[in-house]
Design a binder for this molecule. Structure first.
Ligand SMILES: NC(=O)c1ccc[n+]([C@@H]2O[C@H](COP(=O)([O-])OP(=O)(O)OC[C@H]3O[C@@H](n4cnc5c(N)ncnc54)[C@H](OP(=O)(O)O)[C@@H]3O)[C@@H](O)[C@H]2O)c1
Length: 290
């Protein structure tokens, strides 16, 4: 049985989709747009960016790309010592599973426009060892959640953006790495809820549904991969276009059109409207201090 947009509208009858598009689509103007409570400049130039897992792979490429595009400040969150490649880079000790480090990191950041939750782990498993699943959730889901909550007040002040580097495995699990896939699916769901909660606050929340990239994470996979540099560049391009869900490489791009026009995406938008209508007390679980 096919489940189409019409069925969604039947289950959740409202003029929601058309209204959502009219109300929430950013109005373009002079390199930025109005969103939520404020005017957002969409380019990364002259902005402050924090990138987790910044020392290697995609995170390192994001650091270089942000600098290349004229970022004012790049906070490089790493677990180990990091040698800054540019005077605009500020190394920040940041294990995303470490509450004390997250707290200290907030103190080290002056202001923030874009938070990129990039840190992640992927281990082969067969779901027989619950501790493997727990470890993936600790980093890829709870780490992303904790860092986002900690920096939210700054992002609200700047009408900023959260960018969560997820994976196409959020949409379809790769059974070689099921625990990873579960954690990315959960982080995608988190991303969509945060997007709905934070839209009225003027903070945009983006999902990056990345395909295979040539980094340490995929070293053992003999498949075509994109370069970290091309992916980093595509992420910032998509951010400038304010794309909610970002497909930054050829493999993920093949899913983009289908996803954007899918009943699931339409349903996400319909459900997001319920947040706007909900009483304040039910809206903002992200706002209290961690
Ligand atoms: N490569 C791909 O094909 C691919 C595809 C889809 C999505 N992604 C996602 O892209 C992101 C970056 O992956 P990558 O390919 O660049 O992998 P990578 O080369 O293995 O780098 C992973 C990064 O995450 C950091 N990290 C791991 N655990 C951390 C923790 N607890 N706290 C802080 N940082 C931590 C690592 O730091 P250390 O050096 O200290 O370990 C490293 O900087 C991940 O979220 C990954 O899931 C990658």
């Amino acid at each position: 049985m096919n489940f189409g947009v019409e069925d969604c509208l039947y289950v959740y009858p409202s003029d929601s989709i058309a209204r959502w598009v009219n109300v929430s689509r950013p109005r373009a103007s002079r390199g930025g747009f109005w969103f939520g409570k404020g005017f957002v400049v969409s380019e990364i130039a002259d902005k402050a960016v924090l990138i987790t897992g910044a020392n290697r792979g995609i995170g390192r490429a994001l650091v270089d790309e942000a600098l290349h595009r004229g970022a004012r400040r790049v906070y490089a969150g790493t677990r180990d010592r990091f040698t800054a490649p540019d005077e605009r880079v500020v190394p920040v000790a940041l294990d995303v599973t470490n509450r004390a480090q997250i707290h200290d990191a907030v103190g080290a950041v002056e202001s923030l426009d874009v938070l990129i939750n990039n840190a992640g782990i992927a281990r082969y498993d067969d779901l027989n060892d619950p501790s493997v699943l727990e470890r993936h959730l600790a980093v890829n889901l709870f780490g992303t959640h904790a860092v986002t909550r900690a920096f939210l007040p700054m992002l609200m002040r700047s009408s900023g953006a959260v960018v969560n580097n997820l994976s196409i495995n959020a949409l379809a699990p790769l059974p070689l790495i099921p625990a990873y896939s579960i954690s990315k699916a959960a982080a995608f769901n988190l991303t969509m809820s945060l997007r709905a909660f934070l839209a009225p606050e003027g903070v945009r929340v983006h999902a990056v549904l990345t395909g295979p990239v040539d980094t340490d994470m995929t070293r053992e996979l003999d498949i075509p991969k994109s370069t970290p540099r091309s992916v980093a560049s595509a992420i910032f391009d998509a951010l400038a276009r304010d794309e909610q869900d970002i497909f930054p490489d050829p493999v993920s791009q093949s899913l983009a059109r289908g996803w954007t026009s899918s009943p699931t995406k339409a349903l996400e938008r319909q459900f997001a409207e319920l947040v706007a209508a909900a009483p304040m007390a039910h809206r903002s679980p992200t706002r209290s201090t961690p």
